[in-house]
Design a protein around this ligand. Structure first.
Ligand code: AHG
Ligand code: MN
Ligand code: MN
Length: 329
């Protein structure tokens, strides 16, 4: 059931979460609290991004586990989300792009695991271009009373109980799903509230925009190269911001396709399965779209490592079908 239909545009996120919880008589309120904790961190990170001062702009001076230079804002966002999830008390263990190992919050009785990319779009930090946060939420498999385990964190995307992203753009938006459709909320800084602005979001079945880093085209698999040629024949538009959240969000609203395929050098591409591909795949499917690695469904993949990478082809359903055809010809 999608109760968003019953809730008007302008409903606050808090009220929306509370109303949604009422649909599940046995809900304990823990997931609701967790979503509020994420919204709190999102507000703080949104403020830090827009400050753009000496404390927030520039390199941090270290590299993360992926060997990428961390920006100050990567570190700030990581700290803010971890702190909000720790203080909120509903999460036992976190997987973060910015940390090699699991982060245990000390809330050993909490039943949720969060996998997150605290700040997505590293090349767009510091240049006043949209960035994002991506998160996926899982129920732990292990018994409470101890730290979450690696097995708790390496669940398939189908096991997500909720997932979402925050887009720090011209306005800040939080878009999430708990498996009953997708809803988008816009932040109003002067009131400190997220308000329902995009109820029951649906991605058009087809679009006329494609998003990929075309500089890499000669390394793309042949099927993707041929699909790209098809897009050009069709006179589709190329739209690539280089922030996955922003590119995905635009395609969600307007229809389109985003792909970051594997290459001859990096067979699994660049994006991370646990905290980039899986959450967005859950949202795409809930909005009526698809997410694959070019052929197979992202949400069915069995993760084997925290930071593993995966090719991603995501967006409007008919466009994803077309890519699958080209890939299997
Ligand atoms: P992150 O900043 O979390 O490392 O992710 C960046 C990702 C993604 O946001 C974007 O779509 C992609 O990297 C861009 O990669 P290219 O610069 O290779 O196009
Ligand atoms: Mn990212
Ligand atoms: Mn990141």
């Amino acid at each position: 059931m999608n109760d968003a239909l019953a809730l008007p545009v302008g409903t606050t996120l808090d009220r929306f979460i509370m109303k949604k919880q009422e649909d599940f008589p046995f809900a304990t309120g823990e997931l609701s609290q967790l979503l509020r904790d994420i919204a709190l961190a999102a507000k703080i990170v949104s403020r830090e991004i827009s400050r753009a001062d000496q404390d927030t702009v520039g390199k941090f001076g270290k590299q993360n586990i992926q060997g990428e230079d961390q920006q100050k804002l990567d570190v700030i966002a990581n700290i803010r989300f971890i702190r909000a999830l720790r203080n909120g008390g509903e999460v036992c263990t976190i997987v973060s792009e910015e940390e090699e190992n699991l982060i245990h919050t000390g809330n050993s009785h909490a039943k949720y695991i969060v996998a997150m990319d605290p700040l997505d779009g590293s090349s767009n930090i510091d240049v006043n271009i949209p960035t994002g946060t991506i998160f996926g939420i899982y129920r732990r498999l292990s018994d409470g009373g101890q730290e979450g385990t690696l097995e708790d964190c390496l669940q398939k995307g189908t096991q997500q109980v909720a997932a979402g992203y925050i887009l720090y753009g011209a306005s800040t938006m939080l878009v999430y799903t708990t498996g009953c459709g997708v809803n988008g909320f816009t932040y109003e800084p002067s009131l400190g509230e997220f308000f329902l602005s995009h109820p029951d979001m649906k991605i058009p079945d087809r679009g006329k925009q494609y998003s990929c880093n075309e500089a890499n085209v000669s390394d793309f698999p042949l099927g993707i190269q041929n699909y790209l040629a098809f897009c050009k024949e069709q006179k589709y538009s190329s739209r690539y911001i280089g922030s996955l959240v922003a590119d995905f969000h635009r395609n969600l609203l307007k229809g389109g396709i985003y792909f970051y395929p594997g290459s001859s050098k990096n067979k699994t591409g660049k994006l991370r399965l646990l905290y980039e591909c899986n959450p967005l795949a859950f949202i795409a499917e809930q909005a009526g779209g698809q997410a694959t690695d070019g052929i197979d469904r992202i949400l069915d993949k069995e993760p084997s490592e925290l930071h593993e990478r995966c090719p991603l082809v995501i967006g409007s359903s008919e466009m994803i079908d077309k890519v699958r055809k080209y890939m299997t010809l």
